[in-house]
Design a binder for this molecule. Structure first.
Ligand code: NAG
Length: 391
């Protein structure tokens, strides 16, 4: 009996070792990090947004080209009040994927109204534009100003109906394509644009913000709302739970040297805490006082996919970068204890302000990993991120 127990144990360990070995192969690793083939909306056509509860022609599906030749599938989502005011005309337009979005009323409503606001939406791993809590989150985003806040969301390369294969550089190119489309094609100045992102999307959005701020003629968007961010992929592997349940790397996370060694195989690093710190340093160093940054980090304590300790790390690195001499973690924790706004069962929030910008952390008691995207805390954060333009 002992012998068969021993064999069973040995076989399990061997299987796990093979599984870890497979993870070092780039193709399989990408499947775990991006989960882009886990469509979740199988057998549904992402060109029929009514399936996810939108009104007829409230969403315009269109194609967005990237500079390196990929074609991204995108949705332009009209806010409710604007839809209501133009319902008759919208109903008369054809549905489905549009060959040229510029001919559409929805696009003209965005481009031609000097007070329109635009949210660029970067979703998390797996699924498509229509998966899970994403459709309800589009509705939460425009809730604060349903006559003005438009949303444009993309499926990254390799996701949904977009072409290509995901990679760290590739997803940044996708985000740049969306940012440029918003500014150049739709003609919306960055002061009227907010980035919204969740989970994997937060890494993409942070990269985009830093990329735009580092151009010779720096571009700063009005703000950035990050829901359930992670510090970087290496720190994520130790804590990540697939579907919020299976801690795939838990056994080896207990052997730090083994984890460190395995981490050297990771291709997509997404160093969000460092990239965000770089972004903040860059903004703090900008001359003049017209460009200001605004970062909101939101996380739920009951997030089982990515623990909220990641947000604590991300917030600390951003705050540390905002001061010339830096701020120690413990020192910051003491400051936070003193200045936290407590909201009982609604969690707490803390603001860090400098002359150049605001870094905000909001920890909710409830919201899980995805559901939180549809909560009013997101509606409020979006309104705040638009700053003075807020209605
Ligand atoms: C905090 O900021 C200081 C000063 O810019 C820097 O030297 C230090 O490396 C930063 N700490 C972390 C953990 O990034």
């Amino acid at each position: 009996m002992f012998r068969s127990a021993f064999y069973a144990c040995f076989a399990l360990t061997a299987l796990y070792a093979i599984f870890l070995g497979v993870l070092t192969i780039p193709f399989f690793q990408n499947q775990i990090i991006y989960l882009n083939r886990m469509t979740l909306t199988w057998f549904q056509d992402v060109n029929v947004p009514e399936q996810w509860g939108f009104l007829h022609n409230q969403v315009t599906p269109f194609h967005l080209p990237t500079e390196d030749g990929e074609t991204l599938h995108a949705w332009h989502i009209l806010p409710l009040q604007l839809y209501r005011h133009h319902e008759d005309e919208l109903l008369e337009e054809p549905s489905g994927l549009v060959p040229d979005i510029k001919n559409r009323l929805s696009f003209r409503l965005l481009r031609d109204d000097p007070s329109s606001l635009l949210v660029l939406y970067f979703h998390g791993a797996a699924g498509t534009l229509g998966s899970g809590w994403r459709p309800p989150s589009y509705r939460a985003i425009s809730a604060g100003a349903p006559d003005r806040i438009h949303t444009v969301a993309i499926d990254y390369r390799g996701f949904g109906a977009s072409t290509g294969v995901p990679s760290e550089e590739g997803l940044l190119k996708d985000a740049v394509a969306l940012g440029k489309w918003a500014m150049e094609e739709a003609g919306i100045p960055p002061s009227r644009i907010v980035l919204f992102a969740q989970s994997l999307g937060t890494a993409v959005s942070i990269s985009l913000a830093n990329h735009m701020a580092s151009s010779p003629d720096p571009i700063l968007f009005s703000g950035m709302v990050l829901v359930a961010p992670f510090a970087n992929v290496e720190l994520l592997t130790a804590t990540y739970r697939v579907a919020g349940i299976i801690p795939i790397l838990d056994p080896i996370a207990k052997i730090p040297r083994l984890l460190t060694w395995l981490n050297t195989f990771i291709l997509s690093k997404w160093p969000s805490k460092d990239t965000l710190a770089e972004f903040v340093r860059r903004c703090e160093g900008m001359a003049g006082d017209t460009l200001k940054y605004h970062i909101t980090i939101i996380h739920a304590e009951d997030d089982y996919d990515i623990p909220w300790s990641h947000s604590e790390q991300v917030f600390w690195h951003a705050v540390n970068a905002s001061s010339p001499n830096g701020v120690g973690y413990d020192e910051l924790e003491r400051d936070k204890e003193a200045s936290k706004v407590m909201r009982g069962a609604g969690g707490w929030a803390v603001d860090h302000r400098t002359a150049k910008g605001v870094i905000r952390e909001e920890i909710m008691k409830h919201g899980l990993h995805d559901r939180i995207m549809s909560y009013p805390v997101v509606s409020l954060a979006i309104m705040t991120a638009f700053g003075d333009l807020d209605c």
